[in-house]
Design a binder for this molecule. Structure first.
Ligand SMILES: Cc1cc2nc3c(=O)[nH]c(=O)nc-3n(C[C@H](O)[C@H](O)[C@H](O)COP(=O)(O)O)c2cc1C
Length: 236
């Protein structure tokens, strides 16, 4: 999830030791697709497919990965203003995890109440529970930590209570070039949901710091995309 996440790319990367591969993020309804188009207009690469093509596209991508790496879990990271399109996608055969994006901070997305703005929505718990109750796959919720005015631990507790399977947390802290290790530790000590830590795992040292927080797993975006992953993740 850092600009290139199609099956062709993921099939090349998985052998480096990943056990989950994430496709996307995809925008699934008219408001999020319109927002993504505006983002593209200012030069960002985002994935935009017409509404009726997204399902088929993801189904094809999942199959392309599963054909090569049968035991790897495939996840799709998605943005939508309501649970319904996420539920539809969550029923794709062989898709292991649907990941609700409560993380994107692009203004066009937050303006429609999506991405990290989801963390402020009164109906967040209900939104996630509806997805959990109506899909055949696991549910992950990807959040950004330290969003102004948002209590990250409270949100983590809410996500656990909603019945989701994973809390995927970009432990970004403004002005710091490493993850907020202390916050991750606090969250891991106070929730029972599986926590996937994310941010700045770009060296063996940072991977070790990430593991020391107590996370159940971690994800890597930029250093994988850059081709500069400087350590062997099969050690973990
Ligand atoms: C160009 C780019 C695109 C991204 N797109 C997404 C996305 O669609 N969905 C998402 O959840 N995170 C997205 N991210 C965030 C990354 O998945 C990750 O959370 C972030 O880069 C921090 O992790 P890292 O230090 O391993 O890169 C994107 C990041 C970059 C740099």
């Amino acid at each position: 999830m850092a600009g290139i996440t199609d099956a062709t790319f993921l099939n090349k990367v998985i052998p480096f030791g990943f056990d989950v591969a994430t496709l996307g993020g995809y925008s699934l309804d008219s408001p999020s697709i319109e927002a993504s188009k505006k983002i593209i207009e200012r030069g960002r690469k985002e994935f935009v497919f017409p509404l009726d093509e997204t399902y088929n596209h993801i189904e094809k991508e999942v199959t392309s990965i599963k054909n090569v790496h049968r035991n790897v879990k495939v996840s799709a990271n998605v943005r939508a203003t309501t649970p319904q399109p996420i539920i539809e996608l969550g029923n794709i055969e062989n898709l292991d995890i649907i990941e609700i994006n409560c993380h994107c901070r692009q203004e066009e997305i937050t303006n429609i109440g999506c991405g990290q703005e989801m963390l402020r929505r009164d109906d967040l718990m209900d939104f996630i529970s509806q997805v959990v109750d109506n899909v055949n796959c696991e549910v992950s919720v990807k959040i950004r930590a330290n969003v102004d005015g948002v209590d990250t631990l409270k949100i983590a507790n809410l996500i656990e209570d909603s019945g989701a399977d994973y809390l995927h947390i970009d432990a970004m802290k403004k002005g710091v070039f490493e993850a907020d290790w202390k916050l991750l530790e606090k969250i891991c000590n106070n929730v029972n949901i599986k926590v996937i830590g994310n941010n700045s795992v770009n060296s063996l040292g940072n991977a070790e710091k990430m593991i020391a927080t107590g996370v159940d797993g971690f994800s890597i975006a930029r250093s994988v995309i850059s081709g500069n992953l400087a350590f062997n993740i099969t050690n973990f």
